[in-house]
Design a protein around this ligand. Structure first.
Ligand code: NAP
Length: 284
């Protein structure tokens, strides 16, 4: 990497952010495409987010990714939102153009691409349970509703956020049956009668399944379990439990790849070198 006065900067705003594999994946992609870009991790607290976004402007960043816990807050701090960000109320990609910052959301499309690559799922016959109601959960819920899933149950620690997401689904997708459920409620029957189970909380990043509210014993080989959390080459505890029950599983790296490829295209206008990005992730 030859950084010089013409290098275009892209970063990832998050807290925590040190675990992120996006710098490794995006810098490999820029190098392979012969682009003078550099991608840096930027540790930004909730309080510092407005100043950090102003900083992207002041320092002429080409753009940024936004990760935990800032996706919803960032959507309120930008000059405009594209349709994917406006519809979900969450931003994972910022692009600077013409002096303004536009928010995009590639998480939903990235999740669907990863799932379609990994399974032959018929979405119209796949009731879903989503754990979490933050930025990633909002993107995944909207993407699944757009694909025609018949039912989405949102299970979250903070009930208010689950209810907000349920309200969004009811407004935009009245044909989808939507539920909001607290962590302490019994959700065993919903899990049993669902096809897709998605962890969109940050639980499991530390390798511990104990705090997870899901009745893992209800999993069967008919389930597809997706964990958005990734731990490098290590399996997350939820995916280990799914494997023991014979369920199909999909880890967070597949979605990371596809959402990142879409972000790359937004910043550079170039086709993403997807296989180079995949190798960068898999070699970690
Ligand atoms: P976020 O907006 O901050 O939402 C975090 C979610 O996790 C909320 O539902 C929150 O519940 C829940 N949560 C956090 N700590 C918890 C705890 N101790 N107990 C119970 N629930 C807890 O973050 P996000 O952007 O949606 O990201 C969520 C996860 O998905 C992160 O691990 C992120 O790395 C991962 N992700 C992965 C990809 C990928 O490409 N693989 C893409 C996007 C996100 P409350 O509402 O109660 O706070």
């Amino acid at each position: 990497m030859n950084i010089d006065g013409k290098t275009k900067l892209v970063g990832i705003l998050g807290d925590p952010v040190s675990h992120s594999l996006s710098p490794r994946m995006q810098n490999a992609a820029f190098a392979a495409a012969g682009l003078n870009f550099c991608y840096v991790p930027l540790s930004v607290s909730h309080k510092e987010l407005p100043a950090a976004i102003e900083g992207l402007r002041a320092m002429r960043f080409r753009g940024a990714n936004v990760t935990i816990p800032h996706k919803v807050a960032a959507a309120k701090l930008l000059d405009c939102l594209d349709e994917s960000a406006a519809r979900t109320g969450a931003v994972n990609t910022i692009v600077s153009s013409g002096g303004g910052l536009t928010g995009h959301n590639t998480d939903g499309a990235g999740f669907i691409s990863a799932l379609t690559e990994a399974t032959k799922l018929d979405f119209r016959r796949a009731p879903a349970v989503i754990f979490g109601a933050g930025g990633a959960a909002r993107s995944v819920a909207v993407a699944l509703a757009e694909k025609g899933v018949p039912r989405i149950a949102i299970i979250n620690r903070t009930m208010e956020k689950a209810s907000d997401l349920k309200a969004l689904l009811m407004l935009e997708f009245p044909q989808v049956e939507a539920f909001a459920i607290g962590f302490k409620e019994d959700c065993a029957d919903l899990i049993f009668s669902s096809k897709l189970l998605i962890n969109a909380t940050s639980l499991g990043m530390d390798g511990d399944l104990k705090r997870f509210p899901m009745a893992v014993d209800k999993l069967t080989e008919d389930h597809i379990v997706c964990d958005l959390v990734y731990r490098g080459a290590k399996e997350t505890p939820l995916l280990a439990a799914a494997r023991e029950k014979g369920a199909t599983s999909m880890g967070g790296l597949a979605m990371l790849l596809h959402q990142g490829a879409a972000s790359f295209k937004l910043w550079t206008g170039a086709e993403p070198p997807t296989e180079i990005m995949r190798s960068a992730l898999e070699s970690k």
